[in-house]
Design a protein around this ligand. Structure first.
Ligand code: BGC
Length: 721
């Protein structure tokens, strides 16, 4: 079917059919779904009938080739024009083979492997019948109290943009129409969902338009530049108006400026939520605001089907606006080839063969290895295979290491830390105790842990947050490890043995009570299906840790938001002429985070030398290069992530102290050196000025090259325009 045929099809649709096409319902509503028991309840509550379901355009949350083929077949038979459904699901960090949570993936700084993980997720999802994934989530995050930081790649807009592109490439491939093992991507949550006040989910977002454009929009833009098919609107307010009903955000910025012509979907129930937000009196007004702003698909509420027809009859809504939305949905169906082959990649046989294949698990293990970040190591790691180790803690043999948004992953399939470690050593070398629950601890558990650890040479503590403590609606005001686990650490500390903590969690934590008590800390995030195997590879030194933080670890929650690319203020702490008191500081804690963006240790060390810039003057036609020699001066092979930052010393508006502009990963043998050269061009120095123009400032700049956002060497240059 071509464009013209789609217009003809649109012409054959009644207004009711068109409006139903704009409605997305969850799987249980549909005939052919295995879980049909729940239909009457929600259907009645939403005020819709079977006619709407029969004509609706898309399904939320279905998976499994058999079920999807069933639903699709019935649907095509039952709707008058035989229009196929779009099947959309949240395939965020893997389908059944679960990769590390995106924040872990962010710490890998490995775009190739990330793309591969998205390709695998797309393959598993598509043979199971899924057409669209609600990913990537590219919301920039600065507040670890927010549960959804685990779903983001971190605090930097450049790095997030690179990941956004890698994800979209992996999900969609280069020929979505013919490559049946890819899925359409839906970038979310547009826009700035990650800036919720106080780190509380669904809360107000308020910032200047300049900041929105400068810091928050680039990653969504990057996803679209890579051809991302869909966009999901955020729950929050943007510039005072909920994104779902925000005409300026959706029509002017997204559609006109960013040239987005694809399908725009609301988040779950968000159209109706404009009522409690206080910008719609009732469902009718919510429908009006949402369609006017340009939301094509209403997810899981029924204001469109219940009120759009009336609004058209009253001439408040022009039918062409509905036609445009329907056409965009039909076009996506066409691009996915659904009119020719409504079942697309769904294939029960292939599903059996490739889902969770050894090859997929192998990539999951590699990415998990890359995503763990070694935060502390006082000569305790790597472990020696001859050492007697006691593995203690609530995550010692827990399968709850997949993390939120892994709804199809199964904890039973996860390699636990104990299983991973058992693959490395004789069983006599490894003893085990639970030590505590996540949030509870008993005297018996402490005694047992102490008894088991007494004979050990070293204690590995497997600690963290259970997966319910982060993810959507998983916000915490206190971001320390729960007291029960801190108590376990203190108890074992008395034994005076070396201790290493492995952390399984979804957010940068306040590590007091851990970092000061133990000799080594490995941040494993939720590492996914192969998590235990990957962590054991790192602990025993079969792999060398190479992860670098993509989000700062606060010194304490009182610093939040704390991020590397902040402004200097007029009274920066530590300036040569600074006063003792009247400077921008806390009286009780440092300004700096505990671990900065870009930080991570490994089992070797790197030495930076000979930083040089090619010219002291850059012009728009004459880029400069920044070079540095990196030497592995340790005793084993290792991977370094070399980071290039700049500072615009005097801007039209104030500029961050450092901004990441480029990075390169390099693997070096012991004693090996490599010269790396980065090119810096004038467009890389541009930013949004006070009049929102995107341009650069002539004048002085500083380039920094180093292993993280805090350390490094610098050279200055001047931009002449
Ligand atoms: C989340 C989205 C998700 C949607 C559908 C919402 O609650 O905010 O990220 O895609 O549900 O599952």
């Amino acid at each position: 079917m071509n464009e013209n045929k789609l217009t003809v099809l649109l012409g054959q649709m009644t207004l009711d059919e068109k409006i139903a096409q704009l409605t997305q319902l969850a799987t249980p509503f549909f005939k052919g779904a295995s879980d049909q028991g729940q239909i009457t309840g929600p259907m009645v509550n939403m005020g819709i009938d079977e006619e709407v379901v029969m004509n609706s355009g898309s399904v939320l949350g279905a998976s499994g080739a058999k079920e999807i083929i069933n639903i699709q077949r019935t649907h095509i038979e039952e709707n008058r024009l035989g229009i196929p459904l779009l099947f959309m699901s949240d395939i965020v960090h893997g389908f059944k083979t679960i990769f590390p949570v995106p924040l872990g993936i962010g710490c890998s700084w490995d775009l190739e492997l990330t793309e591969k993980s998205a390709e695998i997720a797309a393959k598993e999802a598509s043979v199971s019948g899924v057409h669209v994934t609600f990913a990537p989530m590219v919301d920039l995050v600065r507040d670890p109290r927010w549960g959804r930081v685990m779903e983001s790649t971190g605090e930097d807009s450049y790095l997030n943009s690179q990941f956004a592109r890698a994800y979209v490439r992996g999900f969609q491939g280069s020929d979505l129409t013919h490559d049946l093992h890819r899925v359409a991507a839906c970038v979310k949550h547009f826009a700035a969902y990650g800036a919720a006040e106080g780190g509380r989910d669904y809360n107000t977002v308020d910032m200047s338009e300049r900041e929105l454009r400068e810091t928050y929009l680039p990653a969504y833009k990057a996803a679209l530049a890579e051809g991302c098919e869909m966009v999901m609107a955020a729950f929050n307010t943007v510039l005072g108006i909920p994104a779902t009903g925000n005409k300026k955000l959706m029509r002017s910025i997204l559609r006109e400026e960013m040239n987005f012509n694809g399908v725009l979907i609301s988040d779950w129930g968000a159209v109706k939520e404009m009522i409690p937000h206080g910008v719609a009196e009732d469902e009718k007004e919510a429908a009006l605001k949402s369609i006017t702003a340009g939301i094509d698909i209403e997810m899981m509420t029924a204001t469109y089907v219940n009120y759009l027809k009336e609004l058209v009859a009253e001439k408040v809504v022009d039918e062409t606006i509905i036609d445009e939305a329907v056409l965009r949905i039909l076009e996506l169906k066409e691009r996915l080839g659904l009119f020719e082959n409504p079942y697309r990649g769904a294939d029960e046989k292939l599903e059996q063969e490739i889902v969770m294949s050894a090859e997929h698990r192998d990539i999951a293990r590699k990415l998990a290895v890359k995503s763990c970040v070694l935060l502390k190591n006082e000569n305790v790691l790597p472990l020696n295979k001859k050492q007697k180790i006691s593995l203690i803690g609530p995550f010692a043999q827990s399968g709850d290491i997949l993390g939120p948004w892994s709804w199809l992953g199964s904890k039973e399939d996860a390699v636990t830390l104990r299983e991973g470690m058992k693959m490395k050593v004789e069983s006599s070398q490894l003893t085990l105790a639970k030590g505590s629950g996540i949030e509870t601890v008993s005297e018996e558990q402490l005694h047992e842990a102490e008894r088991v650890a007494k004979d050990a040479d070293l204690i590995v503590l497997a600690l963290g947050e259970d997966s319910e403590m982060s993810g959507e609606a998983g916000c915490r005001a206190n971001i320390k490890l729960p007291d029960a686990q801190l108590k376990l650490i203190q108890h074992l500390k008395k034994l005076n043995k070396p201790m290493v903590a492995v952390l399984f969690n979804g957010r940068p934590l306040d590590l007091h009570g851990v970092i000061d008590q133990v000799d080594g800390v490995l941040e494993a995030w939720y590492p996914g299906t192969e998590g235990g195997a990957a962590v054991a590879d790192l602990l025993y030194g079969d792999e060398n840790p190479s992860g670098r933080l993509s989000m700062s670890f606060p010194f304490s929650v009182g610093q939040v938001p704390v991020y590397y690319n902040h402004f200097n203020t007029g009274r920066p702490k530590g300036a040569p002429d600074a006063q003792v008191r009247y400077v921008s500081q806390y009286l009780d804690i440092p300004n700096d985070p505990l671990f900065p963006f870009g930080f991570g240790l490994g089992y070797t060390s790197f030495f930076y030398s000979e930083m040089a810039i090619s010219e002291e003057v850059m012009t728009p036609d004459q880029p400069i290069t920044v070079s540095v020699t990196v030497t592995n001066n340790g005793s084993r092979e290792g991977e370094e992530t070399v980071q290039l930052y700049i500072r615009d010393v005097s801007g039209e508006v104030v500029r961050p102290l450092k901004e990441l502009k480029d990075f390169e990963k390099v693997v070096l043998e012991p004693g090996e050196s490599k010269k790396l050269t980065f090119t810096l061009t004038e467009p890389q120095l541009r930013y949004h000025h006070s009049d929102l123009q995107f341009e650069s400032d002539p004048g002085k700049f500083i380039a920094y090259v180093g292993p993280n956002s805090k350390e490094g060497t610098e050279q200055s240059f001047t931009l002449v325009k």
